[in-house]
Design a protein around this ligand. Structure first.
Ligand code: GDP
Length: 321
């Protein structure tokens, strides 16, 4: 039986991956700061099927002990400050957790078991103000936030440990990936959740930033499947995981409100004070390498994704009125 250790298991990506690996017959261990709090956040179906243990991203010795005791064959690292509006809020904390802690995990792997396969959840924020579009594994990195800088440091360490110590360590350079489990500060979930509230008479309007901002949005379940595939290969490598298609916030509104039989133009207001600067180059990724080497393609398209999120919000909010 394969054993996997997942940090950040109670979050969107960790929980989707845990579900997929349980179906494949893995023993799934969630390495979390606070097992009791993590258990509360886990989706119902996972609460009794994963094991939770205490893991501190600042404590390398404890990491090594955990790896020696539980002997995971695969580790996925999702424990991190998330992107979005908070990317500048705590630059030192972000550097510690999103950056340095990855070096601690790599050191713990070196000390405990060099056969472990490791996947780091990296981010399109390493490209920041991208110098070309679409972005690939070869695109020059140019982070514009403490978040992007920390993720870039982690990627460099992954590559260095692969080269110098022959560790099986990979970075998945994930573009925006969403789901009904996305938190409300991200624009996708903010829109689907508020559109449903409007439909149910619980809200009257929705204030957004720039409606013409564009992103390459995919489904989180597809993206963690790519990460699993990365760890099943003969050779460790880094891969961009993206859909290759950009959509605007306006299209997102159209689809979300449309799903509910509403016209977004009757409810959505653009709020200039929450505009963020528009990126000079389109943030869109090319997954050609993941496609040819891993056989990976996203299964859920943009429209399906938005509908899935609206439907989940509708179900949840209707049941809890
Ligand atoms: P990000 O790609 O990590 O920044 O993810 P977000 O979901 O936070 O933002 C995606 C895009 O939507 C960005 O270009 C934002 O500027 C734009 N956007 C427009 N209105 C809003 C809003 O009200 N909230 C958020 N979070 N983003 C918005």
């Amino acid at each position: 039986m394969k054993t996997t250790l997942i940090t950040g298991i109670a979050g969107q990506d960790g929980s989707y991956l845990a579900e997929q690996l349980l179906v494949k017959g893995y023993r799934v261990i969630g390495a979390v700061r606070d097992p009791k709090a993590a258990k509360e956040r886990l989706p119902e179906g996972l609460k009794n099927s994963v094991e939770l243990l205490t893991w501190d991203m600042l404590d390398q010795r404890r990491m090594t002990e955990v790896l020696e005791e539980y002997r995971p064959t695969e580790i996925y690292n999702f424990a991190a400050y998330s992107s979005g509006a908070g990317m500048f809020d705590d630059p030192v904390g972000i550097g510690e957790i999103n950056g340095l802690a990855v070096a601690r995990i790599l050191e713990a792997i070196r000390a405990a078991d060099t056969n472990i396969h490791f996947c780091q959840a990296s981010s399109r924020e390493i490209f920041g103000e991208a110098v070309e579009s679409p972005q690939t594994e070869a695109t020059m990195t140019n982070p514009r936030s403490p978040y992007g800088a920390a993720k870039l440091y982690a990627d460099a360490m992954v590559r260095i440990y692969r080269q110098r110590y022959d560790l099986f360590a990979c970075s998945a350079i994930l573009f925006n990936h969403e789901s009904p489990r996305r938190s409300l500060e991200f624009v996708t979930r903010k829109i689907t959740h508020e559109a449903v509230k409007i439909k149910l008479g619980l809200a009257n309007d929705l204030y957004l930033g720039n409606l013409d901002a564009q992103r390459d949005w995919g489904f989180a379940g597809d993206y963690v499947r790519a990460m699993w595939l990365m760890l099943q290969q003969e050779r460790a490598d880094d891969y961009v995981v993206a859909t290759g298609k950009a959509h605007s916030v306006r299209e997102l509104c159209e689809l979300a409100f449309g799903r509910l039989g509403l016209d977004y133009r009757d409810y959505v207001c653009e709020d200039a004070s929450s505009f963020r600067p528009v990126e000079p180059a389109l943030l869109v990724g090319s997954s050609a390498k993941a496609n040819s080497e891993l056989g990976w393609t996203p299964e859920v398209g943009f429209k399906e994704l938005v509908h899935m999120m609206v439907d989940a919000d509708l179900k949840h909010l209707s049941e809890n009125i």
